[in-house]
Design a protein around this ligand. Structure first.
Ligand SMILES: [Zn+2]
Ligand SMILES: [Zn+2]
Length: 295
């Protein structure tokens, strides 16, 4: 498969925003011809009060159960490897609990995400308007990239999820986003990722949203290679089985155009395989190349 055949970012119903049990997502993955999936549920949950919390014991229990479900699906499906991941949302007050969670649950892969900037959720919900309404382009985007760099300095994860998610609603307020306006800041984050051994994801969800491009788009993916970011993962960030593979091939094609030739597969928080991405529709002849752990 030219797209690498792997989805390393989706959510099932053990995630506060996901729908349908893991088995239904795996059915969809098999139907789409994928060979590896990694379920990456959110750690935080929303309380009835509307407040988001990370509760360590609850999370250990929930992700341990998810690991059991992933192992059962993996054992039951000869053509599909099912891995256990998580999406860690970076907030300074949560990092201790996230680190303890990662010590207690044998994750294959952990994404690091910024959704909240200066106390407001910029990726969805009622705070989006509040965040964007009184800011100009610089005031909206720069603090997001600063938060991303702060998260990379923390470093308790394997790859940065949806690198420029701020453009989802930024697009509606300021029009199409030109990464060139923030090149210095973006390259600084990418350089820090390279130094820390942190990978980047190409996230397909932006293709169906206002930006009509993955997070991040081709320019930033090319800069990531130039700055030495060590590996690339791909994910749909889907929440329903129907969307499990939506946009995945297209997102990976954008990464290919940016110069990426390999898609990383992680287990036990290390890159265990780098699948060649073909530049045409011919399927890879030799299959995967094995590499040592990247971190
Ligand atoms: Zn996210
Ligand atoms: Zn997600």
């Amino acid at each position: 498969m030219s797209g690498g055949g792997a989805n390393y970012h989706f959510h099932d119903d053990a995630s506060s925003d996901g729908r349908a049990p893991l088995a239904e997502h795996c059915d969809a993955a098999e139907a789409a011809g994928l060979t590896t999936v990694c379920v990456t549920n959110h750690v935080e949950r929303m309380l009835p009060s509307g407040r988001w919390v990370v509760e360590l014991e609850e999370a250990v229990e929930r992700f341990s159960a998810e690991g059991g479900a992933a192992a059962r699906e993996d054992a039951a499906r000869p053509g599909l490897d099912v891995r256990l991941g998580a999406e860690f949302e970076y907030r300074p007050e949560w990092t201790d609990d996230l680190e303890r969670l990662a010590e207690r649950v044998p994750f294959d892969f952990v994404l690091g995400s910024v959704h909240v900037v200066e106390g407001l959720n910029v990726s969805g919900g009622p705070e989006v308007e509040e965040y964007f309404e009184d800011r100009n382009l610089e005031e909206a985007y720069a603090p997001y990239f600063d938060a991303l760099e702060e998260m990379v300095a923390w470093g308790g994860f394997d790859a940065v999820a949806h690198f420029d998610l701020v453009k989802r609603y930024g697009h509606e307020h300021y029009g199409a986003y030109d990464p060139g306006q923030f090149e210095g800041r973006i390259r600084s984050v990418l350089g820090a990722m390279a130094d820390a051994g942190v990978g980047i994801e190409v996230n397909a969800s932006g293709l169906a949203q206002a930006p009509a491009a993955p997070y991040p788009s081709e320019t930033v993916l090319a800069w990531a290679l130039e700055e030495g970011v060590p590996f690339l993962t791909a994910g749909t960030d889907s929440h329903r089985p129907d969307d499990l593979a939506t946009g995945l091939e297209e997102a990976v094609a954008v990464a290919r155009r940016a110069g990426w030739s390999r898609l990383a597969i992680l287990e036990d928080r290390s890159v265990v395989e780098e699948r060649p991405l073909e530049t045409d529709s011919a399927s890879p002849a030799g299959g995967a190349e094995e590499v040592g752990g990247a971190r």
